[in-house]
Design a binder for this molecule. Sequence first.
Ligand SMILES: Nc1nc2c([nH]c(=O)n2[C@H]2C[C@H](O)[C@@H](COP(=O)(O)OP(=O)(O)OP(=O)(O)O)O2)c(=O)[nH]1
Length: 133
Amino acid sequence: MSAKPIEVVAALLMHQDQLLIARRHPDRDQSGWWEFPGGKIEQGESHQHALERELEEELGIEVSVQAHIATHTHDYGDKVVRLYGYCCYWTPQNITLTDSHDAIQWCQPEQVAMDGLAPADRPLLQALLNARV
Ligand SMILES: Nc1nc2c([nH]c(=O)n2[C@H]2C[C@H](O)[C@@H](COP(=O)(O)OP(=O)(O)OP(=O)(O)O)O2)c(=O)[nH]1
């Protein structure tokens, strides 16, 4: 692993035992993968603030950032991503898709298809599943 990792926060947003996943928009890097909504941490920004900002920008929702679930560093070959996953809650609100995602889905965590998830996200889902047993 040579390149400096891109620091990214991701929300494992739970509601009534369902987990939100979102599909990366066709116009973005890594399009078509399902992921946890979030994005790059800006210089000097806290993880909590970055997550709150990204979820507002990408989906138009306010979330409450809770426990850190796991951090995983993944080498995609052309870039290295360090993904910090946090459990988040919300009170249900309208989700507005922007140019970040073209679909969302609520699923039982056990039923999320690992091979459709962005590779960096799979250990985060596994950590969530382990924390629930
Ligand atoms: N948001 C997000 N990005 C992820 C996940 N898993 C994963 O490998 N990534 C990668 C994709 C991108 O290379 C990078 C995050 O970029 P991004 O495009 O979502 O972040 P951003 O919205 O702040 O950036 P930008 O569009 O302004 O460039 O991390 C994930 O679960 N959520």
